[in-house]
Design a protein around this ligand. Structure first.
Ligand code: NAD
Length: 283
């Protein structure tokens, strides 16, 4: 028979996720039997820590792997048998592979997904000074990616200043204190004014959080702008940035490349990310 795979996505409110379609369409093109099921903790009455029970249940039921999303990416770690080096550094797991020997190993493809999307969508933009807005889960992955691919200096801004400082401290430990700083909201104009690029990693621009995450006047032609929000693909920020003449990158690439990298971990097969990107635009 054909190779078959059973995988799932654990998190809160995962019902409308595009991941099942992205994975299954790519698997179809590889001639695989591949089922990707969402496992929502909310109707199960579970909190983030409930992810441990679900990971053990999935292993017992013969799942090949899992994606893990909000709010379980940190909570899952203590329930795993091992971590990739980058997942250990980030302290966040979005992909779990059940190895042939039964061990559950955690990986992180959010950061690699952003790195690949950035390299594809904004090749050879200057990365001397980059401002990152949002120091939550997505921001931590983006920061790791930018400092790994060679941004010289990163400035973190978050309305929750403590969150920005905690992330900056963790990054300074891994990448060096001279490469990371934080800025309070009132320092944002000066920081953006001196930056080559801006990455947006707050939920602003989603249906539930409409609007712009920073004043439109701060956008100028020689600033590139990368968005992490991908629902919708065209956010108010991207519209304003394009109107200002900025080079832009939408959040769809990160979503697709993290899925592609997870697909490779689950199946050992090389996904065609360009085909998956085309799928995203008609999902
Ligand atoms: P999170 O809640 O972990 O972090 C968001 C952070 O943004 C918080 O620290 C919050 O204080 C801060 N914030 C909110 N509004 C702000 C503002 N106006 N200015 C500065 N800081 C502000 O959320 P998350 O998991 O990091 O997700 C953020 C967004 O990224 C969501 O829209 C999510 O859908 C998206 N996301 C996309 C991908 C992808 O693959 N494209 C992956 C992960 C998350």
């Amino acid at each position: 028979g054909r190779e078959s795979y059973l995988v799932g996505l654990i998190g809160s409110g995962v019902g409308p996720s595009l991941s099942p379609a992205l994975h299954q369409r790519e698997a179809d093109r590889h001639g695989l039997r591949y089922l990707y099921r969402t496992i929502d903790i909310d109707p199960l009455g579970l909190g983030p820590d409930g992810v441990g029970r679900l990971v053990r249940a999935a292993a017992a039921l013969g799942f090949d792997g899992l994606n893990i999303t909000h709010p379980c990416k940190q909570a899952v770690i203590e329930h795993l048998d091992g971590l990739s080096e980058d997942a250990a550094q980030l302290g966040a797991v979005n992909t779990v592979v059940f190895e042939a020997d039964g061990r559950a190993i955690g990986h992180n493809t959010d950061w690699s997904g952003f790195a690949r999307s950035f390299a594809r969508g904004l090749p050879d933009v200057p990365t001397g000074e980059v401002v990152l807005l949002g120091a939550g889960g997505a921001g931590a992955a983006v920061a790791h990616a930018l400092l790994t691919v060679g941004a010289d200096r990163l400035t973190l801004a978050d309305t929750d200043q403590e969150r920005a400082e905690a992330l900056a401290e963790a990054l300074a430990g891994r990448f060096g204190a001279t490469r990371v700083r934080t800025v309070a909201p009132d320092g944002l104009p000066a920081a953006v004014g001196g930056a080559d690029g801006l990455v947006h990693a707050t939920p602003t621009g989603m249906a539930a959080h409409p609007g712009l995450p920073l004043p439109a006047e701060l956008l100028r032609r020689d600033l590139w702008v990368a968005e992490v929000v991908y629902r919708p693909l065209r956010t108010a920020l991207l519209t304003a940035a394009r109107a200002a003449g900025c080079r832009t990158l939408d959040g769809g690439g990160m979503a697709v490349f993290q899925a592609a990298d997870a697909f490779r971990l689950f199946t050992g097969r090389e996904p065609d990310a360009e085909r998956m990107l085309a799928d995203l635009s008609d999902l």
